[in-house]
Design a protein around this ligand. Structure first.
Ligand code: ADP
Ligand code: MG
Length: 402
């Protein structure tokens, strides 16, 4: 379903409530990483330039429904002000008199940031009274927090019942555009790469993608559960014994659908996962009993690289190995490089989803060399699972005119 976007609405002279994702790490009362604040700048700048009175709201961490000075959004107001080069006012509670007064006193082009929504338990409970109080501050609603859209909370879902229209901000729009069109109408061949720690956390993504892709390339720890399902010995590698049957089922479904399901042919094994032993490359049919599989091998990387380069669309979720350890990062960074190469010349649409995978691409310095790195860890996974995200579903449908 197409949703209305910020570009479809008049905002001049209007008070706009914007749900952003300012869930940033803090250190010593300062914003330690401003990536998420930067990500919402296009939306905020647009509102300022078009003369809206902008009220920003977000959660930060898990303050358990009551005020916690350690999780205050106040430092984010200062950082946003530096980035955007204008004053950002701050209300020390997201609802109530102070917020209402601050909202009323905004002039066109002004910015106000509200304190952490989760200082109220009603936020996560999606309480209707709380949603109404939030909504009462503004005339219309913009959601630019894709990373929170998989939760039906007051600021992502409840509030939309009391404001109209409710539209997607530019960051949200980009997420829906890339993830949405990849799933609905992918340029083919459509290749998915899945890795990470566990099959159990990825089984829904895998089963959903199996119905859509032409090829599915497996890496990460989950490869060992698949190898076990094929009867291989996997040493001390991470295997989910209770998922071996699941792996068999996935393989059977891939055969049924004619999906090219690829397993690694080689892997790096080590005596431990901490990097003290850089390990060595072995065939997946010869994993020593005392060894732990920590990365895909170069033979696997080479064949995956070829499949990536001939793809029309690539969706990647889950690192190929324990990339946090330099000695075990070659497979993950190699796949990131292959995505970047495939993206050049606009030949292949490449999308990275998932918190650790996104971090790996950033670490490899390739974040702007792929088509899209999703900012929403859990939300992008649920999207890839084919689930309807409540925060997206709640937005006003496009096509109804202005
Ligand atoms: P994402 O956040 O992108 O969805 P996951 O959370 O599923 O990814 O998985 C990331 C984790 O998987 C990383 O911390 C990485 O160390 C781990 N991992 C990858 N390969 C292995 C392996 N062979 N053994 C143990 N852990 C692994
Ligand atoms: Mg993760």
């Amino acid at each position: 379903m197409e949703k209305m976007s910020l570009r479809d609405v008049e905002v001049a002279d209007k008070t706009v409530l914007v749900r952003v994702d300012f869930n940033v790490p803090l250190k010593g009362g300062e914003v330690a990483d401003e990536t998420r604040i930067r990500a919402s700048l296009p939306t905020i700048r647009d509102l300022v330039e078009r003369g809206a009175r902008t009220i920003l709201c977000s959660h930060l961490g898990r303050p358990k429904g009551k005020p916690d000075p350690e999780k205050s959004l106040r430092p984010a107001a200062g950082r946003l002000s530096d980035l955007i080069g204008r004053e950002v006012r701050f209300a020390s509670d997201c609802v109530g008199e102070e917020a209402e007064e601050a909202a009323r006193s905004l002039a066109n082009g002004d910015l106000l940031l509200l304190e952490n929504l989760r200082f109220h338990a009603e936020e996560e409970a999606n309480d209707d009274g709380f949603s109404r109080r939030l909504a009462s501050l503004a005339d219309l609603y913009v959601n630019d927090a894709f990373g929170s859209a998989h939760r039906a909370h007051a600021s992502t879902e409840g509030v939309t019942k009391h404001l109209s229209p409710c539209v997607a901000g530019f960051l949200m729009e980009k997420e829906l555009e890339y993830l949405g069109s990849a799933l609905a109408d992918p340029r083919r061949p459509f290749v998915a790469i899945l890795g990470g720690a566990k099959i159990s956390g990825k089984i829904d993504v895998m089963e959903s993608l199996l119905e859509k892709v032409d090829a599915l390339l497996v890496g990460g720890a989950m490869m060992f559960t698949f190898l076990r399902a094929e009867g291989e010995r996997t040493g001390r590698s991470l295997v989910e014994e209770d998922r071996v049957e699941t792996a068999r089922r996935v393989a059977a479904r891939a055969r049924e659908r004619g999906v090219d399901l690829r397993m690694p042919v080689d892997c790096r094994v080590s005596a431990s996962t901490d990097g003290t032993d850089p390990g060595r490359i072995v065939s997946v049919t010869a994993i020593p009993d005392e060894a732990i599989g920590v990365d895909i091998g170069p033979g696997t990387l080479e064949s995956y690289r070829r499949l990536i380069e001939s793809a029309g669309t690539v969706v990647w979720n889950g690192p190929m190995g324990i990339f946090e350890v330099t000695a075990f990062s070659e497979g993950t960074f190699g796949v990131a490089g292959a995505l970047a190469d495939a993206t050049m010349g606009a030949k292949t649409v490449t999308i990275v989803g998932g918190g650790d995978s996104a971090a790996a691409v950033v670490q490899a310095g390739l974040a702007d060399k792929v088509s899209h790195v999703s900012t929403g860890g859990g939300a992008s996974l649920e999207f890839l699972e084919g689930k309807v995200l409540p925060g997206v579903a709640a937005l006003t449908d496009a096509g109804g005119g202005r």
